[in-house]
Design a protein around this ligand. Structure first.
Ligand code: ADP
Ligand code: MG
Ligand code: ZN
Length: 477
């Protein structure tokens, strides 16, 4: 039987987090607005005679987002009018960029199943969002707080063939937008919305099949389910001798079914034409270069560096690069301690767990202690002055109350004793008090060696250096 391969291309809307909307001075605080229809004005409500004024911050952030995806910058771009009627859209048209978008071809690098991969971006253009319709009690309510909010529409090439690729790409895109401070790209808040195009073709075919488009699939897990479902649906169609129609479909994530919405519209239907109320957008070199200068080391570059140079695990490298502040904290800690492995484990196994449970400290920037203190903890452990077991207590204390590592160590009597003479006395005592076990060990049961170390640690109130106990015990037993 013929094997069918799926091909997927994405159209992703990312909300730009400028202070004000795209063409007026209204607040762009979509998720925060406490009431409907408060961040609106005659411009974004499109009252007759109003004229749009392009927000420079939107252009700058959009450009940064585009360059962070390695896209070619178009020094001259243009806005176009896309006409359609819908109650969430007071303009009856959308201002978008069809013919000459702000940035063209680009690519996003990520890791899929342990392999570094690059996925092509077709282009990214700027456009305004519509309002929101709320269907309740048999009525439809309109909230225009979002109308005129700025969006980037990122269009990928049809380059994905497996859903894992789609997922890793989207996660990477989210990280990029967050790291570049262009968007919080939170899917739950509608700051990242994804249209999924999917087609199938026999393996080895030189052309793609006809695609269906699913609009606004709004969570990672829904995208995952939709891809499986749509692949199977199309497969069933072609295997029964029919053809897949090019159409727009909707995904119902409660019932896990997709439904026909409309046959695919053509660009013609929207009567696109150059937006007469806005001049072409011309970017000069200074503007472009100063925007470029704000882009940090990309999350994927950091991740590759953590894997190759620091030999961190895949999971750790991924976790540390989810958030720009977190990875910068890690970078600083490594710079100070010169110990990437320990820096990583103190952050991922202790700090992140504490932040997870904490009510008031949820971000690395909220920590109550200076990074110098965590550096000191690692130094103490590496210098055999603090056991790694006890260091956890010190970090917890720092996390809860702030203060200084050395003082916490001393106040709690945790400074590790390396004094040979005192430790030897403890070892001797343990040996005399456990005649039976000693005989057992000397009789060949080496498994109980750990028991002696444990007894010594206990006798020293966990302040003795286990390495020294080990050596002494080996010698004396
Ligand atoms: P539009 O949806 O506006 O007509 P395009 O035709 O440029 O725009 O394609 C939009 C999206 O569909 C892109 O993300 C592209 O990668 C994807 N796409 C195009 N052709 C196919 C195909 N045969 N199979 C899957 N995805 C496709
Ligand atoms: Mg489309
Ligand atoms: Zn407004």
């Amino acid at each position: 039987m013929t094997k069918y391969v799926k091909t997927i291309g994405l159209e992703i809307h990312v909300r730009i987090k400028s202070k004000t909307k795209m063409f007026c001075g209204c607040k762009n605080a979509v998720a925060l607005a406490p009431e409907p229809n408060i961040n609106v004005c005659p411009v974004c409500m499109w009252f007759p005679g109003m004229l749009p004024v392009l927000n420079e911050e939107v252009v700058r952030l959009g450009l940064i987002g585009g360059m962070a995806m390695n896209c070619e910058v178009n020094k001259v771009s243009q806005f176009d009018r896309k006409t359609y009627f819908y109650p969430d859209n007071p303009m009856s048209y959308q201002i978008t960029q069809l013919y000459q978008p702000i940035v063209g071809k680009g690519s996003v690098k990520t890791i899929v199943n342990g392999e570094v991969r690059e996925f092509g971006i077709h282009h990214m253009h700027l456009e305004n969002d519509a309002g929101k319709l709320i269907h309740a009690g048999g009525k439809t309510l309109c909230d225009y707080n979002r109308a005129g909010a700025p969006l980037m529409e990122i269009v990928t090439d049809p380059v994905f063939h497996e859903k894992e690729e789609v997922m890793e790409f989207l996660r990477e895109l989210q990280k990029i937008m967050r790291a570049a401070w262009v968007s919080d790209a939170d899917m739950e808040k509608g700051q990242l919305r994804c249209d999924v195009n999917l087609s199938i073709a026999p393996e080895g075919a030189t052309e793609f099949g006809l695609r269906t488009e699913h609009k606004n699939v709004n969570s990672f897990s829904a995208i995952w389910r939709l891809i499986d479902h749509e692949y199977k649906r199309q497969l069933k169609i072609v295997e029964s001798g029919w053809k897949v129609e090019q159409e727009t479909r909707g995904w119902d994530d409660e019932r896990w079914v997709s439904t026909w919405q409309r046959s695919k519209e053509d660009a013609m239907d929207y009567r696109y034409f150059p937006e007469p109320d806005l001049l072409p957008l011309e970017l000069d070199d200074d503007f472009i270069e100063s925007a470029r200068a704000t882009i940090p080391e990309l999350p994927i570059e950091k991740r590759i560096r953590y894997l190759n140079e620091y030999k961190l695990s895949d999971d750790d490298a991924r976790i540390l690069t989810t958030d720009r502040a977190l990875s910068e904290y890690f970078d600083t800690l490594v710079e100070k301690t010169k110990d990437p492995k320990k820096s990583c484990s103190y952050i991922t196994t202790i700090l992140l767990a504490l932040m997870n449970e904490s009510e008031d400290v949820n971000n690395i920037s909220d920590l109550k202690f200076d990074i110098v203190e965590l550096t000191r903890v690692i130094e103490l452990v590496n210098g055999d002055e603090l056991s790694s077991t006890n260091s956890k207590q010190v970090v917890e204390e720092l996390f809860q109350n702030g203060w200084k590592a050395d003082i916490i160590v001393d106040e709690n009597g945790l400074r590790q004793k390396n004094d040979l003479w005192a430790l030897e006395a403890i070892v001797d005592e343990v040996i005399t008090n456990h005649e039976k076990q000693v005989a057992d060990y000397r009789g060949g049961n080496e498994n109980i060696f750990g028991f002696f170390v444990g007894q010594c640690m206990k006798a020293s109130k966990w302040a003795g250096n286990p390495k020294i106990f080990n050596e002494l015990l080996k010698k004396k037993l």
